[in-house]
Design a protein around this ligand. Structure first.
Ligand code: HEM
Ligand code: NAG
Ligand code: NAG
Ligand code: NAG
Length: 316
């Protein structure tokens, strides 16, 4: 009796969620509630454990999800390994330091034991990025689930990723193609509150004349980093493993690491947003959450257009 009522309630909740999110793309917040009740918990526990052992993985997971969604939609394509016949996305030069694949594979293995063939790799990645943001001190948010995994992963598609040399208008333009506003683009760039860039991603800023948008002391810092090697790491802000708004404060001090970071403060179109987020963390978190949910639904595949991979690194 009671169980029946609870099941009925769950079904009703799913229907409501279905109307809110699923009508267009078959996604819902409670997608795994009956299909694989432990899915969310398993992802969360594995992510928290992994981040306790290595907090730098939070950045990796968020970046993996971003790359996944901006190429061919959030379909797990970034996770596929190259094969003899096909060079995959992750073998592109743009893959610089992409990490976290092993963790996703490990989560997948556990989920396959619990509920074989149910939880897609694209969903695992989206949930893992969400849980990583939260564990790193960022906002707590939920995302609709039910993405299918794609079968295409081509090295040449990575041309669609933004380059670290892009100026604000190029960034606005590229993110606009994915229906993001300039403000949403600035909010998403705030993910650079986590992690590092390699020297090879910003050394272009250190040659030639003085860059008026680069703080002289910070230029020395970048120079010192690069004197070690091309793969030497420079944190984006002072707290590389904490999700906060210090990234925007760094931009105010002309201490952004990439051209594409500092340009947000150099352009009149985006400067005001940077100022707002630098002084108002609540506003940044709230905008970031909404933009991440939106990003997590980019060109999501319905069941007829994709599969649930058995292994995240290869198609079935
Ligand atoms: C606005 C355009 C963007 C550009 C040009 C860009 C470019 C880059 C580059 C060049 C790196 C450093 C790679 C390396 O040298 O190792 C990086 C790192 C990173 N990016 Fe972005 N990115 C952009 C937007 C985003 C967005 C929207 C997200 C997520 C929502 C994101 C998340 C990250 C994270 C977390 C890292 C650190 C990775 C780590 O430490 O392992 N980025 N990005
Ligand atoms: C996928 O490729 C990477 C190197 O690109 C390799 O280290 C890894 O073992 C491969 N994974 C599988 C499961 O083949
Ligand atoms: C990134 O691409 C290079 C080749 O350009 C490849 O050797 C490396 O294994 C790739 N990294 C990952 C994480 O797949
Ligand atoms: C941004 O870069 C593009 C392409 O290099 C260039 O045409 C444009 O003038 C630049 N915009 C600004 C404001 O510098």
């Amino acid at each position: 009796m009671v169980i029946g009522k609870i099941l009925g309630l769950i079904l009703l909740m799913e229907m409501i969620n279905g109307f809110r999110f699923g009508a267009v793309d078959g996604l819902s917040m409670d997608y795994y509630l009956r299909r694989c009740p432990l899915a969310e918990l398993i992802v969360k526990i594995k992510v928290i454990k992994a981040l306790q052992a290595d907090p730098t993985l939070a950045a990796s997971l968020v970046r993996l999800h971003f790359h996944d969604c901006f190429i061919e939609g959030c379909d797990g394509s970034v996770l596929l390994n190259s094969t003899k016949q096909n060079k995959a996305e992750r073998d592109s030069p743009a893959n610089l330091s992409l990490r976290g694949f092993e963790l996703i594979d490990e989560i997948k293995e556990e989920l396959e034991k619990q509920c074989p063939g149910i939880v897609s790799c694209a969903d695992i990645l989206a949930m893992a990025a969400r849980d990583a943001v939260c564990k790193a001190g960022g906002p707590l948010y939920d995302i609709p689930k039910g993405r299918m995994d794609g079968t295409r992963s081509k090295i040449e598609d990575t041309i669609n990723l933004p380059a670290p040399t892009f100026n604000a208008s190029q960034l606005i333009n590229l993110f606009g193609q994915h229906s993001f506003s300039a403000q949403e683009m600035v909010a998403l760039s705030g993910a650079h509150t986590l992690g590092v860039a390699r020297c090879s991603s910003f050394k272009n800023r250190l040659v030639g004349g003085l860059d008026a948008n680069l703080n002289a002391d910070f230029a020395k810092t970048l120079f010192t980093t690069c004197s070690a090697s091309d793969t030497a790491e420079q944190p984006f802000d002072e707290t590389r493993n904490t999700f906060d708004n210090l990234y925007y404060r760094a931009l105010q001090c002309k201490s952004g690491v990439l051209d594409s970071d500092q340009t947000l403060y150099a352009s009149a179109e985006t400067k005001g947003v940077v100022d707002s987020y630098a002084s108002n963390k609540v506003m940044f978190f709230s905008d970031f959450k909404r933009a991440m949910v939106k990003m997590s639904m980019l060109n999501v595949k319905q069941s007829s257009q994709g599969e649930v991979r058995q292994n995240c690194y290869k198609i079935n």
